[in-house]
Each structure stands twice: as structure tokens, then as C-alpha cells.
Ligand binder design. Structure first.
Ligand code: C5P
Length: 222
């Protein structure tokens, strides 16, 4: 069987990472969470008081930063210069400004270069915003996952509650709308369905429904 590239894009909280992880596990592929890379740089920028509007300073910081995605017992761990930032990159502080960091073309260029190296040998499931359009334009399988903003906020809300975090569903909705807007309207590699991507609306689908649909597409192409 061929070791193919699977690209999964879509707006915030559409279930990309949940589905991508399960598919990678089933196929014994590597899962690459590109959002985690932008989040790790954002965390580092906040830590070092780097101006989030200064593309050159951010690029300089990125060049000094080794970002690693390593398999852990309870899922993927994210390291920046050997510091485990798996939890730190999921805070609201990072989530609410990551799109400012991700809009800069020089930062994206460097990230894309690293992501392409990770995916070189195939056998990867990569999720993000520009995977099908820019990072892996030749991916054998491209999926664009979407869901209503109400459904996405609800899922995030339930996830927060199950983790024992406080959560406000209306606020989540606003944050998701704002992040999608920034990600879709930026000039450099905006969030967009690739022409050859299969669009799946997951609003009324279960996680396993989505996984099964994607696996059946993979089976046709590997
Ligand atoms: O996927 P996740 O929500 O963790 O992504 C965080 C942010 O990183 C996105 O809102 C977007 O601004 C940025 N991102 C991106 N391109 C990607 C992946 C993420 O611009 N391929």
C-alpha cells in the first residue's frame, strides 16, 4: 500500500484534530497538528514580549525555536526548544491572539517549509487551514471539514466542562467567529477549501461517521 498524504482543513473547532488523530492511529500514520506549531510560536512570543505585529521579530524568534511534535501517552506532546508546552498553548491567552501571529507571510513561509519536511515521506495526516491549498498541494486526499458555529461552540463548551474548566458558550461562539474571520480574510494563505478537497459538513455527524467517511476516501486512493 502506498503511504499517502492526507490534508484536513477547516475553520476553528470543526473537529479536525479529533478526527485526524483517530485516522492516523487507524492507518499507523503520523499525525501533524500544524495549529500547534503556530500556537507554540505565539506562546514563545508572549513569553518574550515580542510585538505580534512585527513579522521580522517573529521570524527571528521562530528561527531560534525548534518546535517538536512528539507522541506521548495521552496523545501528542508539543515542545519548543525542549520545553513541554502542550497545555500552555491551549490557554485562552494564546488562542485569542494566535491568528495575529499566523497572518504574517514570512512566519508562514518558515512554518510551511518545516511542515513539508515532516510530511516528505508520506504516511501523514496533517490538519490546519492551508494544508490542501499550500502545504501539501499534491496530497492524495484533501478534506475540508465544516460545521455550524453553534455546533462548534457547543462541542468546545462540552469539552471544557468535561475537563473541569469554566466555559461560556456565547463567548466561545464570538471567539470562534472572530478567529475564522481573521484566518479567512488574511492575505497570506487564508483559510479556504482547496478546489479538489472533499467538503464534509459535520454538524449532524458523529466523530465516527466522519472518520468512516474519510477512511473510505483514503481506501480509494492509497
Ligand atoms: O488548529 P488550531 O485552532 O490549533 O490553529 C490555531 C491557529 O493557528 C488558527 O486559528 C490559525 O490562525 C493558525 N493556523 C494557520 N494555518 C494552519 C494551522 C493553524 O494559520 N495550517
Amino acid at each position: 500500500k502506498k503511504q499517502i498524504q492526507i490534508a484536513i482543513d477547516g475553520p476553528a473547532a470543526a473537529g479536525k484534530s479529533t478526527v485526524a488523530k483517530i485516522i492516523a492511529e487507524k492507518l499507523s500514520y503520523i499525525y501533524i497538528d500544524t495549529g500547534a506549531m503556530y500556537r507554540a510560536l505565539t506562546y514563545k512570543a508572549l513569553q518574550t514580549d515580542t510585538n505580534l505585529e512585527d513579522a521580522e521579530k517573529l521570524l527571528e524568534l521562530l528561527r531560534k525555536s525548534v518546535i517538536d511534535l512528539r507522541p506521548g501517552k495521552a496523545g501528542q506532546l508539543v515542545f519548543i526548544n525542549d520545553q513541554d508546552v502542550t497545555n500552555e498553548i491551549r490557554t485562552n491567552e494564546v488562542t485569542n491572539v494566535v491568528s495575529f501571529v499566523a497572518k504574517h507571510a514570512p512566519v508562514r513561509q518558515e512554518m510551511v517549509k518545516r511542515q513539508q519536511l515532516f510530511a516528505e515521506k508520506g504516511g501523514v495526516v496533517m490538519d490546519g487551514r492551508d494544508i490542501g491549498t499550500h502545504v501539501l498541494p499534491d496530497a492524495e486526499v484533501k478534506i475540508f471539514l465544516k460545521a455550524s458555529v453553534e455546533e462548534r461552540a457547543k462541542r468546545r463548551h462540552l469539552e471544557n466542562i468535561s475537563k473541569g474548566f469554566s466555559s461560556d458558550i456565547e463567548k466561545l461562539k464570538e471567539e470562534i467567529i472572530l478567529r475564522d474571520k481573521m484566518d479567512s480574510e488574511r492575505e497570506a494563505a487564508p483559510l479556504k477549501k482547496a478546489e479538489d478537497a472533499v467538503e464534509l459538513d459535520t454538524t449532524s455527524l458523529s466523530i465516527m461517521d466522519v472518520v468512516d467517511k474519510i477512511i473510505s476516501i483514503v481506501k480509494e486512493r492509497e
